[in-house]
Design a protein around this ligand. Sequence first.
Ligand SMILES: *Cc1c(COP(=O)(O)O)cnc(C)c1O
Length: 383
Amino acid sequence: MGVMIEGFETLAIHAGQEADPRTGAVVPPIYAVSTYKQDGVGGLRSGYEYSRSANPTRTALEECLAAIEGGTRGLAFASGLAAEDTLLRGVCGPGDHVIIPDDAYGGTYRLFAKVLARWGLHYDPVPLGDLEAVRAAVRPDTKAIWVETPTNPLLGIADIEALGSIAHEADALLVVDNTFASPYLQQPLALGADVVVHSTTKYVGGHSDVVGGALVARDRDLGEELAYHQNAMGAVAGPFDAWLTLRGIKTLALRMERHCDNAERVVDLLLSHPRVTEVLYPGLAGHPGHEVAAKQMRRFGGMVSFRVAGGEAEAVEICNRTKLFTLGESLGGVESLIEHPGRMTHASVAGSALEVPPDLVRLSVGVETVSDLLGDLTQALGS
Ligand SMILES: *Cc1c(COP(=O)(O)O)cnc(C)c1O
């Protein structure tokens, strides 16, 4: 075209999504197909031969994911955990070691503890905010440092650039699960990460209507290696799911701006409420990760957690009393959600290092009219 295309919103809408050459359709069709006609034995007409290896709708999504994360290769999977499993079994082997956050997403922790540990992969949960502790945990067989920032549900912040230096000194990969920030708010590959992981189920898809995952590699060689493992293990995204995810991505920037606007107003309300004892949000100057977050994030996101005066009973009651904030797990959709991590998303880690305070409530602040959200929280919090 001869026109520079580099803005985030432009890439989100156009990357990988040229008009269909046959019909001019401006949106890539859903290619519900498993196999492709070949020209002759050994010859390929289209570059596609079987949809586990490649499918045009998935290709459109994968090219778009690579563009919006600033990587060379994007790969779409059936879920976030399928992406994680493919990455870990692809780049690690039995006997290798991975450093993981001490407050990792529960499903990620379970994958390490219950599946990959049996296969011989070693891991150490470490507080990633403590760079000395991370350095001390590095071993000769450390293959990767796994980062989440912000974390779930305590919204802790890890310094991607600093962790990248530690990983690379040790010849290990820096992996960043960018699910909570989304590529609009945070670009880990530009900060030194080698691979970005997503549960596209959350902000990237954004409409609570599809489960999916992604890997985006910074370097071509690693991208090729991961693409090989994607095909070899086979946990790919189907064409309908890829299409829905791509549809969601088009409005990611708009949605994230509104998620952040609304979350900031919710934080203000919570800070001034007498029943709220602590508000956890990286945008607050008093948050221990605020400076790092301000350095590596465009804004501070739509996730807000808070603690209440009346302990677990009050936290549970608030979750049961909201009308507009829907009680439910997951996050990152257009609709606001509320949950009690101790009894819901984090119930399975009770008694472990990942246990969360019982008086904690987590909000995924949606993009509804903010006065309606504030009104619902006000009535649910009581006085
Ligand atoms: C949800 C989530 C995952 C897992 O993704 P699924 O799509 O549910 O498999 C991984 N990491 C984070 C931070 C998540 O929130």
